[in-house]
Design a protein around this ligand. Sequence first.
Ligand code: G1P
Length: 295
Amino acid sequence: MKPVTKAVLPVAGFGTRVLPATKTVPKEMLTVVDRPALQYVVDEAIEAGIEHFVFITARGKIAIEDYFDSAYELEDALLRKGKTDILDTLKSKTPREGTMSFVRQQQAKGLGHAVWCARDIIGDEPFAVLLPDVLIQSKTSCLAQMMEAYHKVGGNIIAVDPVPDERVSSYGVIKPKPGEDFRSKKLIAMNGMVEKPSVADAPSNLKITGRYILQPELMGLLRDQAAGAGGEIQLTDAMARLMETQDFHAFAYEGQDFDCGSKLGYFEAVLAFAREHKDIGEAAQDMIRKSAALK
Ligand code: G1P
């Protein structure tokens, strides 16, 4: 079994649901307490053993590249002022030189197309995909939990979570193999998935959360994948095809996910990460309690 050391992070989307904030700031750079949302996702991947990051970017997203670069003037100023603690935090958040690639998705053709843009860098290795709109708060990083499962069963692993029936049409939804009971097992075999189904057509209420471990053969299928839901080339459709020849497991992670691409999801993430923050956690909890008591 080949190890998973590369991760693809599609960051090319417009962020229309959180306009006007995202008119000049990429949605992945919106601050959650004291760091961009994207930093949480990179930290999650590092904890899982990822060594190389492939960011799929677009025009107007240059702030992401700058954020992960070193900032000589700033670092020098901090050093001279003796602010070494801030300097250490800054440096610890920057992946090493040569471990990040930035690839432009030149046409907005959908998530499947974005992932396919990473094909030359992925080569013939299994890889992870993390959708940075989704933040997951957990004791052990979600991708690290999935890696453990991957080492047991190999193949392709998709993080899933139950949602109320009326919300299935907002997500990719998986179809468990007959006899597989998600409530009693963390890892179940599946034999289908569909992108944004109607409630009536949904094969289950298990939504795809935005964390994947995938085999490189998927890239070949993405090359000729026809447009699907919303007229876009969907990752889900290519995975459904790969399922004809490879094993796919759905994985129930421990943790809480937040959709930072939406106003309310973003707000909920800020509250949740503030409560857990090592410096301001207690004060934040106090503030949230007081605010809840207000009429
Ligand atoms: C994407 C995927 C979908 C998944 C979702 C998770 O959809 O296509 O399968 O359930 O992310 O957030 P999007 O939110 O980009 O429409």
